[in-house]
Write a protein that binds this ligand. Structure first.
Ligand code: CUA
Length: 338
């Protein structure tokens, strides 16, 4: 019949859409989910988050129930008398003052406890790692092990780690959602995080403080390893960089590296001492390049060396004008530096 309104289930559809969206929030397969903690630090935060969630849900249910009752019971009806207002009801007034105050206490106490628990002091004997933020990459120094790492942080599982954060240029923020953070890296001061990762695996992080053109491209990767794998990695970093065999493409690449602009910015132990970009002594052993932004493959290295700023806005590395042959050789050399 013309003119009959067609029922369009807007509200149920909207709720369904929200439900679908929310199902995307959980789950441990997500690399940067705070809802899948894997350290004591992030476990504390998640516990607090759940506590506050249940309190908030309780308040929501009570308030909405009272609201619906009031709407149903006291709505205007033709001929009905005005409902009697509540005034000066001492018990009610004490009740609705005391209940929120108590709820705030129940939220404040665990919050304070979590603030102290995550304040960043590791127990005696923890592994120390100094994290230095650069535009736009991460430097990690292990003062007791006398090694360094770049963009990819390696730590042993079930071991307390004392992370000391500072910056070489502007303010950055260290954040690995499943392990801990965020905490700012501020030039001229040292902030601290302490955590103990509880599962071996790969964890992704991200700079969480706007720091310029490639802030969004300032990623990081944490490799939590069992003790023997970690020790193997430490030994690798301590070793001198691989020496290419005579006449090999890698050796040709080393020559290209020596005579090109590379040496002005990058260190390779025994070859160069540049300090502008990351140390490349063991770059072939990393899974990623360019601030953990791209996989460490010949193709990505090619694009990166040819024109880094086109891959990562603001990158300081200038485009290198190398012949295809030189480019292939230098890529082979870099990949051989395990
Ligand atoms: Cu570093 Cu944002």
């Amino acid at each position: 019949m013309p003119g009959t309104p067609v029922y369009f289930p807007a509200v149920p559809l909207a709720l369904l859409a929200v439900l679908l969206l929310l199902t995307a929030c959980g789950g441990g397969h997500l690399p940067q989910s705070t809802l899948a903690p894997r350290s004591d630090f992030s476990g504390e935060l998640f516990g607090l988050y759940k506590d506050v969630f249940w309190w908030a849900l309780g308040v929501f249910v009570v308030v909405e129930t009272l609201l619906l009752i009031a709407v149903a019971r006291f709505r205007a009806r033709p001929g009905a008398a005005e409902p009697k207002p509540v005034h000066g009801h001492t018990v009610l007034e004490i009740g609705w003052t005391l209940a929120p105050a108590l709820i705030l206490v129940f939220i404040a106490v665990p919050t304070m406890r979590t603030i102290f628990a995550t304040s960043g002091r590791a127990p005696e004997g923890a592994l120390r790692v100094q994290v230095i933020g650069h535009q736009w990459w991460w430097e990690y120094r292990y003062p007791e092990l006398n090694i360094s790492a770049y963009n990819e942080l390696h730590i042993p599982v079930a071991t307390p780690v004392q992370i000391e954060l500072t910056s070489a240029d502007v303010i950055h923020s260290f954040w690995v959602p499943r392990l801990g953070g965020k905490r700012d890296l501020i030039p001229g001061r040292t902030n601290r995080i302490a955590w103990r990762a509880d599962s071996v695996g790969e964890y992704w992080g991200q700079c969480a403080e706007f720091c310029g053109a490639s802030h969004a491209n300032m990623r990081l990767r944490v490799d939590v390893q069992n003790d023997s794998a970690f020790q193997h990695w430490v030994d690798q970093q301590r070793a001198a960089p691989a020496t290419p065999a005579k006449g090999s493409p890698e050796e040709a690449g080393q020559q290209v590296f020596r005579r090109s602009g590379c040496i002005g910015c990058h260190t390779i132990a025994g070859i160069s001492q540049g300090k502008v970009g990351p140390d490349l002594s063991h770059v072939g052993g990393r899974a990623t390049i360019a601030g953990a932004l791209f996989p460490n493959t010949p193709e990505m290295l090619r694009r990166w060396i040819m024109n880094a700023p086109s891959q990562k806005p603001g990158a300081l590395m200038t485009p290198q004008n190398l012949s295809p042959q030189d480019l292939n050789a230098v890529i082979a050399y870099l990949q051989s530096l395990k």
